[in-house]
Design a protein around this ligand. Structure first.
Ligand code: F6P
Length: 364
């Protein structure tokens, strides 16, 4: 720990189960071991733009381990480097980073802990380059952050999506239907791959493997011929056909990353029904995957990431994120994290394993 006895903490981007477990771990350890004050910045970077923060007392940090969401609030729009404001009825994007840097300095923080996904951590890296002592903690249900094999929130989302698949299985079986479950994951297929395998999906479609509808239809018909008169298709929201594009659900104009994916499941449903003659239904898991209490795995991971973050503050390892590699915690340079997002490699052992059980990825 340095001479400054205040540590700030914020949560940016989409919420997910386990954020409060990280806030609890960081806050309690800071108070217990460093005898410092922990300042909770509200609504992500929004709180640093508009000076919204509060001191987190030990009492407030207690009893939140199992609580979903984030007690600090979050924002997917508040990017200090590209902040949407309305001027004469028009939306313009402004660089408010200087204000944010000033506000952080005024708060006299020894370190700012940023809990977030690639967007939040990319901003954190920029702030670090401007001299702000920062530590990142990887959070997202998408599991797509470079430098870590796993993010907290992912296991909980896989658990919820798998429960969805399990429930679809029984109704698909009863009605001899094709049931499609569309899951989140942004441009990466981790969530679809893991939940698809856990739920025994017959077809798993991920963004990394563009699909051919004819191959999917053939798979469904083949199952039918063999007496399996139902099929389960798990599709990632970012999946797309060979030579085609992703399906965009909406554009959030105020967001620096405005594209929201979604809707591929319905298009696929129509196409499968037409091509096979088998009745097909689509269910979108949506934000259910981000809500509710974290799984035990995520509670433990979030706690470990939080306590490791405080060790890094003590060692003044600023400009790094806590990552996980081969089950061990390590520090990963935010510079590397900011390079993009982590996709499923085509030679991933899970794909190989699923293929060996005749799971169809829509490509062969
Ligand atoms: O990054 C998390 C995530 O849930 C993605 O899986 C999804 O594409 C996106 O956020 C949804 O964003 P919003 O909460 O703005 O609808």
């Amino acid at each position: 720990m340095n001479d400054k006895k205040r540590v700030g903490i914020l949560t940016g981007g989409g919420d997910c189960p386990g954020i409060n477990a990280v806030i609890r771990a960081v806050g309690k350890k800071i108070i217990l071991e460093a005898d410092a004050e922990i300042i909770g910045i509200e609504d992500g970077y929004e709180g640093l733009i508009n000076n919204k923060y509060r001191s987190l007392e030990y009492q407030e940090l207690s009893g939140i381990l199992t609580l979903g969401g984030t007690i600090l609030g979050t924002s997917k729009k508040a990017n200090p480097y590209s902040y949407a404001v309305k001027e004469s009825g028009k939306l313009v994007f402004k660089d408010l980073s200087k204000i944010v840097i000033q506000n952080i300095k005024r708060l006299d923080l020894g370190c700012l802990v940023c809990i977030g996904g690639d967007g939040t951590l990319g901003i954190a890296y920029k702030l670090f380059k401007s001299g702000i002592p920062i530590i990142g903690v990887p959070k997202t249900i998408d599991n797509d952050i470079i430098g870590t094999e796993v993010t907290f929130g992912f296991d909980s989302a896989v658990f919820i999506a798998t429960e969805g698949i399990d429930r679809l299985h029984t109704t698909a079986q009863s009605h001899h239907r094709v049931m499609i479950l569309e899951v989140m994951g942004h441009n990466a297929g981790w969530l679809a791959l893991h939940s698809g395998m856990a739920g025994g999906g017959d077809v798993i479609l991920i963004p990394e493997i563009p699909y051919d509808i004819r191959i999917i239809a053939e798979k469904v018909k083949e199952r039918h011929r063999k007496g399996k008169r139902f099929s389960i298709v798990v599709v990632a929201e970012g999946a797309r056909p060979k030579g085609g594009n992703v399906v965009i659900q909406r554009i959030v104009k105020e967001s620096p990353d405005p594209v929201r994916l979604g809707g591929i499941g319905f298009i696929l449903g129509d196409q499968i029904e037409k091509a096979t003659g088998i009745e097909t239904r689509t269910v979108v898991m949506g934000h259910l995957q981000r809500g509710g209490t974290p799984t035990p795995f995520d509670r433990v991971l979030a706690t470990q990431l939080g306590t490791k973050a405080v060790d890094m503050i003590k060692n003044r390892s600023f400009g790094y994120m806590v990552g996980v590699r081969r089950g061990s915690l390590l520090k990963v340079s935010l510079k590397d994290v900011a390079k993009g997002c982590r996709k499923v490699p085509l030679n991933h052992p899970l794909i190989k394993s699923a293929r060996s059980l005749d799971t169809c990825f829509g490509d062969r």
